[in-house]
Design a protein around this ligand. Structure first.
Ligand SMILES: C[S@@+](CC[C@H](N)C(=O)[O-])C[C@H]1O[C@@H](n2cnc3c(N)ncnc32)[C@H](O)[C@@H]1O
Length: 453
C-alpha cells in the first residue's frame, strides 16, 4: 500500500466531501500522520496537481468508466482522480499506479470495487493526457475546448478569453504552475541590503521585494515582522498608491485583512510623516492585520468595522486603499482547488459590495486625495465595470494613469527593467498584471483622484 496515495486520498475526501480548502486539509492530514513527514512533498504535488486538473480527470474517468461520476462511489472517484493524475501528469509508472489503486480500493473501500478500479485505471493508462484532451475535445466549441486544454471551468476560460483573446491560453496555463513565494521588506524597518547577500534575489519591479532559497519561516526578519511574504503584484499596487499620493493627511486601508498591503502602506505612510488607519470587517482578519504590522512602533491603528458604515469621518484621507473582496480569479495558481468551487454567480454576487465600498472609499478621500481600487481578479465585472459605474454615478473623481505610475514604481527597483504591458483594451488608464506576463498574481489597479471642492 502506498502511503502517499493513502494520505492523498484522505486529503481529497476532505476537499470534495467536506468542501475543505486543499491547503488546510493537507496540513490537517499531515499533522495527524507525523510519521509520514518524508512524504510531504510527494503528497503535496499529487493533491495540488489533482485539484488543478480535477475537471479534466473527471471527464477522463467518465469516458474510461463509461459512467457518470454521480453513479460512482465518491471514495472511488477520488481514488481514480488521483490515479488518473499519477498516470497522466506525474512520473508514476502506469502499472504501479494501477496496482496501488487496486490495493487501496480492496483494503480501504470494499473488495467489490477493486475490479472496477482496476478496469478504469487500465483504460485511463491507454492514452496520454494530450491524447485524452484531444479525444474529449471532439465536438466541443472553442471555449469548451480551451477550458479542457487548460484545465479550467468554461466560465473562467470565457472570462479570460474576453480579456485576452488568443493570449488567454497562456494566461490560463500559467494558473497551473505553482507560485514561488515572494517576500517583502517593510520600509523603515529594514532594507534589501540588510538581508544576507548570498541567498537573496531582488524582485524585478518592486523596490521592496525579494526571493530567497530559504523557507520564509527560517528567515529571522520574517519571524520578527520586519519582512513578510507578499506577492510582487500586491507590493506593486500598494507602492503605486503611495507614489500617486501628493496630498498630506492620514491614509486609510478600507479592507485590510489579512494585512499584507497594510504592512507595506504603514512603512510608506511613515516615510511621508503620516499614519495608516487599517480597517477590516472580520475580527479574526483584523487580528491578522495587527499581527502583520506589529513590528512598527507607531504609524498604524487597526479597527474592525464594516467599510460601508464607516467609523471615521468623510473627506479626511489623503490616500485610500480599496482592496475589495473579490472572486480571487487572479490567484488561482495559489489555490489549486479554487477554480472548481467558484461559479460565475459568485462574481456577480460581489459586484454590488465592490461598488458600495468604492463609493465609501471615495467619500473618505479629502479633496486632492487618491484612492486605489484593487482586485485580485481580472474579471471585467469586478474591475472596469465597477470603475465605469463609479464614474457614472459621481462627478468628483478623475482616473489617474495607473500604467504610468506602475512603470515609475518599477523604474525605482534595482533591476531597472520596464514592466511588460499592463494595459486593458478600451480602458487606457487602468492596469492589469498577469501571471504569464509579470509572474505576479493577476492584480487589477485603478487610481482615482478626488477633485477639490
Ligand atoms: C482582498 S481582501 C484584502 C486583502 C488585504 N488588503 C491584504 O493585502 O492583505 C478583502 C478583505 O475585505 C474584507 N471585507 C469584506 N467585506 C468588507 C466590508 N464590508 N468592509 C470592510 N472589509 C470587508 C474581507 O474580510 C477581506 O479581508
Amino acid at each position: 500500500m502506498s502511503d502517499v496515495l493513502w494520505l492523498a486520498t484522505q486529503v481529497m475526501t476532505r476537499v470534495t466531501r467536506d468542501q475543505a480548502y486543499a491547503n488546510l486539509a493537507l496540513d490537517e492530514v499531515l499533522r495527524q500522520h507525523p510519521d509520514h513527514r518524508r512524504s510531504v512533498a510527494e503528497v503535496t504535488e499529487l493533491v495540488y496537481g489533482t485539484c488543478r486538473l480535477m475537471g479534466t480527470h473527471d471527464r477522463v474517468i467518465e469516458a474510461a468508466s463509461r459512467r457518470r461520476l454521480t453513479d460512482l462511489q465518491p471514495q472511488v472517484v477520488d481514488l481514480l482522480r488521483l490515479t488518473s493524475h499519477r498516470m497522466l501528469a506525474m512520473r508514476t509508472p502506469n502499472h504501479v499506479a494501477a496496482q496501488q489503486a487496486v490495493d487501496q480500493a480492496r483494503t480501504r473501500i470494499h473488495p467489490k470495487v477493486a475490479g472496477l478500479v482496476n478496469a478504469v485505471s487500465r483504460r485511463i493508462s491507454e492514452r496520454s493526457l494530450d491524447e485524452w484532451v484531444q479525444t474529449l475535445s471532439n465536438g466541443l466549441d472553442s471555449i469548451d475546448a480551451l477550458a479542457l486544454r487548460t484545465h479550467h471551468p468554461r466560465w473562467i476560460a470565457e472570462s479570460y478569453r474576453d480579456l485576452l483573446g488568443d493570449e488567454a491560453e497562456a494566461a490560463l496555463l500559467a494558473n497551473n504552475l505553482p507560485a514561488q513565494p515572494v517576500l517583502v521588506v517593510r520600509p523603515g524597518l529594514m532594507r534589501l541590503d540588510d538581508l544576507p547577500g548570498d541567498d537573496i534575489t531582488p524582485t524585478r519591479w518592486s523596490p521592496f521585494g525579494f526571493t530567497s532559497r530559504q523557507r520564509p519561516a527560517d528567515i529571522a526578519a520574517v519571524r520578527d515582522g520586519r519582512a513578510g511574504v507578499q506577492d510582487e503584484g500586491s507590493q506593486l499596487v500598494a507602492t503605486a498608491l503611495a507614489t500617486a499620493v501628493d496630498a498630506t493627511g492620514p491614509w486609510l486601508d478600507l479592507c485590510a485583512g489579512p494585512g499584507g498591503k497594510a504592512a507595506l502602506l504603514v512603512g510608506l505612510a511613515r516615510r511621508r510623516h503620516t499614519w495608516l488607519l487599517a480597517n477590516e470587517v472580520a475580527p479574526h482578519r483584523a487580528d491578522l492585520v495587527a499581527q502583520g504590522t506589529r513590528a512598527y512602533p507607531d504609524g498604524v491603528q487597526v479597527i474592525c468595522a464594516d467599510g460601508r458604515a464607516p467609523a471615521w469621518l468623510p473627506d479626511e484621507f489623503a490616500a485610500v486603499m480599496a482592496d475589495v473582496p473579490c472572486s480571487g480569479l487572479g490567484a488561482l495558481r495559489r489555490r489549486p482547488d479554487a477554480r472548481w468551487r467558484k461559479d460565475t454567480a459568485d462574481v456577480a454576487g460581489l459586484t454590488g459590495l465592490q461598488l458600495d465600498l468604492a463609493h465609501m472609499g471615495a467619500d473618505s478621500l479629502a479633496g486632492g486625495g487618491v484612492m486605489a481600487y484593487v482586485t485580485c481578479s481580472p474579471d471585467r465585472r469586478e474591475t472596469t465595470d465597477v470603475i465605469d459605474a463609479l464614474l457614472a454615478e459621481r462627478d468628483d473623481l478623475d482616473l489617474l494613469d495607473a500604467p504610468a505610475v506602475l512603470q515609475a514604481v518599477a523604474g525605482g527597483a534595482t533591476s531597472g527593467e520596464a514592466l511588460p504591458d499592463v494595459s486593458v483594451p478600451g480602458h487606457p488608464l487602468v492596469a492589469q498584471l498577469w501571471p504569464h506576463r509579470h509572474g505576479t498574481d493577476a492584480m487589477f489597479l485603478a487610481l482615482l483622484r478626488r477633485r477639490s471642492a
